[in-house]
Design a protein around this ligand. Sequence first.
Ligand code: ADP
Length: 157
Amino acid sequence: MTIAIYPGSFDPITNGHIDILKSGAEIFEKVIIAVCYNANKQGFLPIDVRTKLIKECTKNIPNIEVDSFEGLTVEYAKKRGATVLLRGLRTSFDFEYEMQLSQTNHALFSDIKTVFLITKPEFNYISSSCVREILLNKGDIRGFVPDAVCEYLNKMV
Ligand code: ADP
């Protein structure tokens, strides 16, 4: 069984992330979406809220597991028996960064391969940081994030 890890901050999860995740779940037998965190760096949403929201949005996809981890992604992948890292690509800027990350991860753990999926055009401009910015300025985040996330975030502000 090929286990893929989809690592990221997911602060918050967006429709772009969900699209990559769904495609990944069609390709791999199991996809673990894992929120990476650094205990010294506080994000926008607490880790337990990020994972709770991801669980809510992915509850109908049986081969997806939601988890979180601290530290190196490759160490987490080893622990979970995963051989694939799943990542999404939007622009050539993503590509430059992701290529370096992928090569670094491969240098650290040669059994791991990164698989990139290119986002659909309608999700190309979506990022967690733009969602946070729109929300903090009281804009409309519908269409950027799944309904459950939209509802939660709108109650927050
Ligand atoms: P990180 O902090 O690791 O970049 P993110 O949560 O921002 O974490 O993103 C996780 C992964 O999802 C990355 O591979 C990123 O390129 C991808 N991603 C982010 N937004 C989108 C989107 N709109 N469409 C497709 N992939 C995306």
